[in-house]
Structure formats: C-alpha cells, structure tokens
Design a binder for this molecule. Structure first.
Ligand code: ATP
Ligand code: MG
Length: 842
C-alpha cells in the first residue's frame, strides 16, 4: 500500500493523477522476508507462506467503506468463485482496552446481515485484527476471511491457530486512523479501504488443493527441481513426517527461486544491506537446501529460472497474443480497405477509423501510427485528441448516470425522431418463422432501409467505418430485449457491399423504435438498404428456454399451489432463470422436473394468438404479472387451442400466459430440462436456474458420474476395518475434492443436495477417525504412560487465568487470552503447571 499512502493521508500532489483515484483494483508483488512482515521462517515448513507472493487488492479512497467492501468480497468469493460459504470464517476487531479502541461492532453487524452465521464470526484483538504497516502511518481495524480446506465441521477454533487447513485468504483493512509519532491515534480526514488477497492461497482454494505447492503455480517448478535433484520425488509431507526435510527443501527452493527471479528482474540484486541483504540470505538458503538436501548439482538453481518465467510470464504473453491476433487481422483489413478507398488521394488517415481501431479493437494508437507510416500515411493527431476527450466526457457521463446510455435513445432524440415523422419500426417479422419440412425452423429474411443513425448521443446522417452506433430501420426481424427474453444477435449486409458484415451486438426498444447496436464495417448512411440476418441458433436457443420457462412456471404452480408467485425471469440462449415466492424441497425438485419432462415428451403444440385485453379476462385461471400489456395482447398456451381456453369445462389445466416472447411450435423441441440450481435469494424468494437439451443431458451424465464416485468412496470407507492416519487423510482429501466438484458442477439440483448429504456424513466419519487417531498419536509421543488429564483445555485455562484472562477448547486443542506483560514468566508458569501435573499423575 506504500504507493497509495499519500492518498490515505490526504497528502497526494494535487497535480498528480493519483489525486483523482477513488476506487482502484490492483495486483501487486509482495516480498515478506524481512522487516515487520517476515515470513521467511515459515516458508517451506508450512504450505501457505511464501517469501514472494502476489496480492490482489481493491481500494477505496474516501469512497465506499465497510458495508460495500464486505458485500463485494463476499459476493466475489461465494457467487463468482462459488466457494461454499460454510467453509468461510470471518474475524473482526474485538477492541482493545489499552488503546481505548472499541470493538468493531459495525463490521460484525454487516457480516451478520450478509448471512455469515454467528459461529463463523470471530473477534480477535490488536495482533490479528488491527492493521498497521509501521511505527507510524495510516492504520485501522481489519476483518479477515479464512477458508477451511477440510469442511463438514465447525473449524472456528482453528482460525488464527496456525492450522495448515484453516488459512486466511483475504484481509479487508479499514483505514480510519493515523498512528502519530507519539503513538497516539488520530482520525484520518477520509476513511479508506485497503484489501489484500493472496493469489497463491486463492488458487489453492479454487483448485481444491490443501497446499499452495499443489497448484499449477508451483507443480511445474517442483517437477523441474526433481529433474535435477538426486533424491526422491516431492510428496508434500510436513513436520516429522517429512523425513530428512526433503519436501521442505523442495518447497524452499521452489519458493526462493521465484523470489530471486522476480526481485532481480525488478532490479534488486543480492547485496550487503537492506532489501539486497535479504535477497542474499534467500539465495544462500536456496543454495544450501538445493545442494545439501536435494543433492542437486551446481547451477541447478539458475536452471529453474525458465520454469519460473514460464509460469509467471510466458503464459501471460501467450494469452495476450492470442487475444490480440484476431483483432490484428480484423484491424489490418479495415486499414487496407480504407487505404484502397483513399487511393493515394490523401496522406492523412481518417481519424474516426483510427480511433475506432483503438477503442473497439484495442490497437495502441502509436502502433496504428507505425502501421500507417509503412504505407506513407499519418494520423491526424489533433482530431484523435478531440475524439479522445469527447470519449472521456461520454464515459464520465455514463459513469455518473450509472448506466450505459450510449445506444439507448434519450428523450430528446426520441422527440426529434417523432418530430421528423420517422415511422416506428415494424418488427412483426420477428414472429415470422415456421417449421420446415425437415423439422428445422425457417426464419423469414428481412430487407430494410436505414431510417436514422445515432452516434455520440446525437442523430447523424452518416457514420464512418469502425464506429459503434445505434441504427433505426423501417422494419426488422430482430427481437429487441423485452419480456425477460434476451435480444437477438446477428448482422446486416449493405446492398452492393456483399462481403462486408455489420455485426449487430444488441437490440433495444425505445418508444416504438427498434435500435440496433452496430459496429460499422464500412460507412453507413441514412437511406442505405440492408439485408438482415438473425443469428438463428441463438434465437432458437432463446425460444427453447422461453417455452421451457412457461412450462416450469406451470409445473411450480401445480406442485406448490396457486399462491406461488412469479417474481422475475430471464431467458438467455444458454440457460433460463426464474424467481418465485417460496422454496423447493429435494422431492419437490424431482417431482417438478418429472412433470416438465412429461409435458416435453407429450410433444404438445404451442398455440399463440393475439386476443383483446377485454376478452383475455374471460380465460379461467389466467395469471398476469404486474406489467402494462398492449391491446391486443399475445396469449401463449401449451396443448390447448386458444379458442378452447374460454370454455372452462373443456379446459384441462395447462400453461397459459400473456407473453411477447418468441416460442417453439411444439414442446418436444425442448429435448430435456434440468434444474441445476435452486436457492433462496432473499427471504421468501428463490431463484431457479435451468438448462435444456444437450446441456440438460450433460448435467444428468455429470450427476450420474459424481453419484458413482460418492458411492464408491462410501464403499471404500465402509470396507476399512483398521484405519491408519495416512490412508484416512487421503480419504478425507478425496471427500474434500469430491465435495467441491459436487458443489460446482452443473448437475440436477435434487441430486446435488442428496450427494452433499452423503458427503457431509463421509466428512464427519473421516474427521472422527482422524481425531481419534491423532489423539492416539499425540498420546504415544507426548504421553507414553497414558495420562488422561494432559488436557489442553485444563492447561490453557490454568495459564490464561494466571494471566488474568480466560480460555477454552477441547482436550487436544485449546486457546485463550490474557495479559502477557512478561512472556518468559508466562511460559515458565505454563511449563511448571504441566510438569506438576505429570508428576502428580505418575
Ligand atoms: P498469515 O496470518 O496467514 O501470515 P497475514 O495476516 O500475515 O496472514 P495479511 O498481512 O493480512 O496476511 O495479508 C493479506 C493476504 O495476503 C492474506 O490474507 C493472504 O492471503 C496473503 N498472504 C499474507 N502473507 C502471505 C505469505 N507469506 N505468503 C502467501 N500469501 C500471503
Ligand atoms: Mg503473516
């Protein structure tokens, strides 16, 4: 955070860019091998401390504070990364009497309101939960998120207890104070947030590994070390089990060579003082472990540098190259076509085209300059600067209004279109599709005229090549985003320019005008004639999901009763989302899926007709959502012709909805449906995510495969008659990996819940066995005569009471607090107490 210190203190140079920073995200290199934060001694001994690691951070400089920081962190971990929330524990500042600092109750309440259960929310004192960088400077209480690699238990006691399985992954620091030279704390002018999450620990969580060294950030390095070492291969052991400290040596060398490579590349060389001395020490430690423990020949250490470079650098370059190569080809075509058009008439390249290459295809402007220079051309720098500042202004406006206004017609433009008597778009062709003789849908083509062009928040008569703009046509077959269904995608072709496609990225509806968001592949002018092509696969996938959504809504009502309310839905090509009041049990999930499958198998016809709003009221049992419907309104009915709907005695219960969406002709075309997720979003409202067709079949197959794996694990555990620690650890690890797979793979939700129950019970069983075996081991080593009262709880209680505090825990692990004025005295007391107990028992 050093680079941001002036901002925290309100002391940033007012002329610097830094002074404008409000919200920042970054990734920064950290070396903790000296000074206040020194993890050197832990490196190699444990599996989650490194001398060099990458810290991912988000920062608020007088902008958002505790509530947003906690909310965003929780959403990122549990929703984006889908880390099971029950594996996470959160610590917060417990207050400190000596400094007169109160407990951070605000943060505690924020976490509770986010849904962190009270027994996962733990108070800690100054040492763990008050963040200070040095003797003076910005500081404040922090809240840390810890991850339990084992799961299926309450691991609260292991938080901040140096357990390799319960590890801190993210620290959220709330900068409220400045530590003054006289050691007092003064409130900062602005409150800020500084968070840090270790990339290596996050990767181990996301890759389901209990050790950072088992992730792909390290395994290639360990293999490379093994190739030059003269010792057994890496087995991941720690402590006493790591005979000869071979595995520790692997870890030390892997860690240290990363640090050496990164520091030297950054210009820090091994030397005799400060950071350079730290690096020298790291190098010497690495050499010692490499040559003496791993028996690697001289030169091996430097031989690992290409592997470090591969992991940290080459992959980044390869990914970026792949991303840019396709843009480069596209951009080259645009440049060549523009040059052809100019045909040597002008040596200045059109600024709008250069700017759009920069903005839309990610071309650095200096690169465009170079490419043009080769052709004897140049860019009009003044026009480019004007475009850049206009773009910046627009970006700021968009940010401050909080929405993408670029291609949504604003009120003034709409009024102008109406005043200019531009007719509203006829979009009825979006419904013109039918089933062809080969049972494939045939979508009607559409030829249209450009009525209006919207660019840079104004109506224009022409848009240059490579620009993003809104296009209003007299007619269209594109479906605009509405009624919870995603808009179509596709492209235009301009008459007379057959090889040039104008991609349509989004389609919106505004005051009866359908606005197509297009990136122009060539000049586009008002009055141009275009042929429209909808992406048929994407449209069909939306139709499948939309009809499936109606059937799901119907099945929910059949099973939960008429009181269930639709609370929102969204239909996209890859999945459907449906929010409703209530929630579903595992059995209800299964039954609902079965009902839906029956309707799909029946292959019923889907009837669609326009009916006047007045008549629609006569359809018995029809439900509407809170929406203003057009008159006449489209009625979509499954299996029952619309005219039959009005005759109540002949009507069987079926799905009938008022809907402007596009639907299938027959239900059989859905193929299959699987609910892959169902969970409560807020109290009383649940969200279903479902997939159809091949995705549904894949989800079922994945569910079957995981069920088999769980079954075989249960059988293996049941077959163990005399368990040993090593094999039970292995089983526990397999349970953990399988739990992650069950949590994250798209499989039927009912099956996920069943498998989670089995896995939880497997976890409980393995944990109990491990606890018993570990206690036995501890007793064998430390208590060969079998003393029953070498209870950790008693010991901690006695020592902490002596220190004026309190303690708690089990017979094997306990912890507590107390005032430690003189640590040596406290340790002496603890040792005497233990010795007395042993003597007494003997
Ligand atoms: P620990 O108690 O595990 O040493 P810490 O309290 O020192 O962690 P912070 O100073 O809060 O950690 O750093 C923020 C984050 O950086 C941690 O949550 C962790 O993910 C990561 N981190 C910290 N130290 C290391 C290290 N030595 N190696 C790898 N990652 C680390
Ligand atoms: Mg630390």
């Amino acid at each position: 955070m050093n680079q941001f210190k002036p901002i925290f203190l309100g002391a940033a140079d007012p002329r610097s860019e830094m002074v404008t920073y409000r919200r920042v995200v970054n990734s920064q290199k950290c070396v903790r091998a000296g000074g206040k934060h020194n993890d050197l001694e832990d490196v190699g001994r444990d599996v989650y401390h490194h001398t060099f690691f990458e810290m991912l951070g988000n920062w608020s400089f007088g902008d958002y504070f505790k509530e947003e920081a906690c909310g965003m962190a929780w959403r990122l971990l549990t929703e984006e990364y889908r880390i099971p929330p029950e594996r996470l524990y959160v610590s917060y500042f417990a207050g400190d009497a000596i400094s007169g600092l109160p407990a951070d109750e605000e943060t505690r309440h924020i976490w509770l309101s986010i849904g962190v259960p009270a027994d996962h929310l733990l108070p800690f004192g100054m040492r763990d939960n008050f963040w200070e960088m040095g003797e003076t400077g910005p500081c404040g209480p922090c809240t840390e998120i810890h991850y339990d690699h084992i799961g299926g238990r309450n691991a609260a006691l292991l938080v901040n207890a140096d357990s390799p399985d319960v590890v801190e992954i993210w620290n959220l620091v709330f900068m409220q104070y400045n530590r003054e030279a006289d050691h007092s704390l003064r409130s900062l002018p602005h409150f800020s947030v500084d968070t840090g999450m270790g990339l290596e620990r996050l990767v181990s969580v996301l890759q389901g590994q209990r050790s950072n060294y088992d992730t792909d950030l390290f395994t290639p390095l360990l293999s490379a070390i093994q190739q030059c070492a003269n010792c057994p291969k890496y087995r991941g052991r720690t402590g006493e089990a790591d005979v000869g400290k071979v595995d520790m040596a692997y870890r030390v060398v892997a860690d240290h060579v990363r640090t050496l490579s990164v520091c030297i590349a950054d210009g820090v060389y091994p030397g005799m003082s400060g950071a350079e001395l730290v690096l020298r020490r790291i190098l010497r430690r690495a050499v010692r472990f490499s040559s003496e423990v791993l028996q690697a020949p001289e030169g091996s250490l430097a031989g690992l540098v290409p592997t470090v470079a591969h992991i940290l650098i080459m992959d980044v370059i390869n990914e970026n190259e792949a991303q840019f190569l396709s843009s480069l080809k596209q951009g080259r075509r645009v440049i060549d076509r523009t040059l052809q058009r100019l045909e040597g008439s002008n040596s200045v390249f059109p600024a709008p085209v250069a700017w759009s290459l920069h903005r839309n295809l990610g071309f650095p402007l200096d690169l465009i300059g170079l490419m043009l220079e080769e052709k004897g051309m140049c860019i009009d720098q003044q026009s480019i600067d004007e475009l850049a500042s206009a773009n910046e202004k627009l970006k700021r406006q968009t940010q401050s209004s909080g929405r993408e206004t670029l291609f949504h017609l604003d009120l003034h433009t709409l009024a102008q279109l109406q005043a200019d008597k531009v007719p509203q778009t006829d979009d009825f062709l979006k419904y013109h599709y039918s089933l062809g003789p080969d049972d494939k849908y045939v979508f009607q083509p559409c030829h249209a005229t450009v009525q209006a062009l919207y660019c840079g928040q104004a109506l224009v008569s022409e848009v240059a090549e490579g620009q993003r703009c809104g296009v209003v046509l007299d007619r269209t077959c594109f479906y605009a985003e509405q009624g919870g269904q995603s808009h179509d995608q596709g492209y235009f072709i301009k008459d007379g320019l057959q090889d040039v496609m104008y991609p349509v990225e989004a389609v919106h509806l505004a005051g009866g005008y359908v606005v197509h968001q297009v990136t122009t592949a060539d000049v586009l002018t008002k009055g141009d004639q275009v042929q429209l092509y909808v992406d048929e696969a994407q449209r069909l996938a939306c139709m499948v999901k939309h009809t499936a959504t109606h059937i799901l809504n119907f099945a929910l009502r059949q099973h939960l009763g008429p009181s269930v309310e639709q609370r929102g839905s969204h239909v996209a090509a890859d999945r459907l989302r449906f929010d409703f009041s209530g929630s579903l049990s595992t059995t209800q999930l299964q039954e609902i899926e079965k009902s839906i499958r029956n309707i799909i198998t029946e292959d019923s016809a889907v009837y669609i007709e326009e009916v006047s709003l007045a008549r629609v009221k006569d359809i018995p049992g029809l439900r509407t959502v809170e929406e203003v419907y057009p008159d006449p309104v489209r009625v979509v009915s499954v299996a029952v012709p619309i005219s039959d709907l009005f005759v109540s005695q002949t009507v069987r219960p079926t799905s009938v909805e008022l809907c402007c969406g596009t639907h299938l002709r027959r239900t059989g075309e859905i193929g299959d449906l699987v609910i892959v997720s169902e969970r409560q979003m807020v109290k009383g409202i649940s969200r279903i995510i479902a997939v159809t067709g091949d995705d549904a079949r894949q989800a079922q197959e994945a569910g079957q495969a995981l069920a088999q794996e769980v079954e075989s694990l249960m059988a293996r555990l049941a077959a163990v008659t005399s368990p040993c620690l090593a094999s039970t650890y292995r089983l526990a690890k397999e349970v953990g990996v399988l739990t992650d797979a069950v949590d994250c793979t798209p499989i039927p939700q009912w099956q996920r819940r069943e498998l989670q129950t089995h896995l939880k019970s497997l976890q409980r069983t393995t944990n109990t066995i491990i606890r018993k075996l570990e206690t036995k081991e501890v007793n064998k080593t430390h208590n060969p005569v079998g003393l029953s009262a070498l209870s950790a709880n008693d010991w901690a209680l006695a020592v902490c009471a002596y220190l004026g505090g309190n303690a708690g825990g089990s017979s094997t692990v306990a912890k507590g607090t107390g005032n430690v004025a003189d640590l040596a005295v406290a340790i002496r007391y603890a040792e005497t107490f233990a010795k007395d107990k042993i003597q007494h028992q003997c």
